[in-house]
Ligand binder design. Structure first.
Ligand code: CDP
Length: 253
């Protein structure tokens, strides 16, 4: 097979040119990074799990009419997605205080918020993805007023969807981050969910025990990240109950 053209390599994924114009192949690596890549490791099997989990969430969103970039999974580590212009914002939705919100505002981690709170960070690793307001977004032209209304409604729909499916398997959706892409259909543009939705970009706590089942396991050295993500995948029925452990080399292609 001819070598594919690499478009971009990020911390956890590589993007290749897709088979047709307007498509991209998204490859999930095993690399884990935290604290703006100051902490790094290779977690065997993470890419396989995130590919499956992101497929699961994006397929569900597509089915309830929340448009995403996901087209289909190609193999253990790759999925075909629609090419889009990424809006340079990380859209964070919080249901409970944790992480930087707890630090910034002095609220204990795990405190339920009065309602879901949506925050925007400017996507720039060299600046550490700083928190920005809608004033910055409008003034610097990162998104229009209409885009911001659409982004807010998409983010809240994703929150309701993810919170519901997580609650059904005994997991609390504490917070998550999504990225939004712009696509053009003829003269019209619309916004879709892009990037990935996985335990790398969510905080997921077991409702009964409070056990962390997300990237904080890596950030805070709380045990095996693969075990945590495998537990999420099993509860959601994404992995067959009897499947070979994800770390077996035979499963990874
Ligand atoms: O994760 P951290 O404490 O650095 O920041 P946060 O603002 O508390 O993160 C809120 C949520 O967004 C968490 O679920 C993070 O995993 C996610 N996030 C992300 O996926 N990528 C980022 N660059 C920043 C946050």
């Amino acid at each position: 097979m001819a070598r594919r053209k690499k478009i971009y390599e990020g911390k956890a994924k590589i993007l290749y040119e897709g088979p047709e114009p307007g498509t991209i192949v998204q490859y999930f690596k095993d690399d884990a990074t935290a604290f703006n890549a100051q902490k790094k490791d290779v977690i065997e099997g993470k890419g396989v799990l995130n590919n499956r989990l992101s497929e699961f969430f994006m397929t569900g969103l597509n089915q309830i009419g929340v448009p995403t970039h996901f087209i289909k999974r190609l193999n253990m580590r790759e999925q075909l997605v629609r090419q889009c212009e990424i809006i340079p914002l990380e859209v964070i939705v919080r249901n409970y205080a944790a992480g930087t919100m707890s630090k910034r505002l002095g609220i204990d981690e795990g405190t339920q918020l009065p309602r879901p709170i949506v925050e925007y960070c400017y996507k720039d690793d060299s600046l550490g993805d700083p928190l920005v307001t809608e004033e910055h977004i409008a003034a610097f032209g990162w998104a229009s007023q209409q885009d911001m209304e659409d982004i807010l409604s998409l983010a809240l729909r994703v929150n309701d969807f993810l919170s519901g499916i997580m609650m059904a398997v005994g997991i609390r959706l504490v917070d998550f981050k999504i990225e939004i892409g712009r696509v053009y259909d003829g003269d019209f543009q619309r916004l879709i969910i892009a990037d990935e939705i996985s335990p790398d970009s969510c905080r997921l706590w077991d409702i009964e025990t409070g056990q962390k089942l997300d990237k904080d396991v890596f950030r805070r050295d709380l045990g095996s990240l693969t075990d945590a993500y495998t537990e999420v995948a099993r509860r959601l029925g994404v992995l067959p109950k009897t499947s070979t452990p994800i770390t077996k080399p035979t499963l990874i292609n």
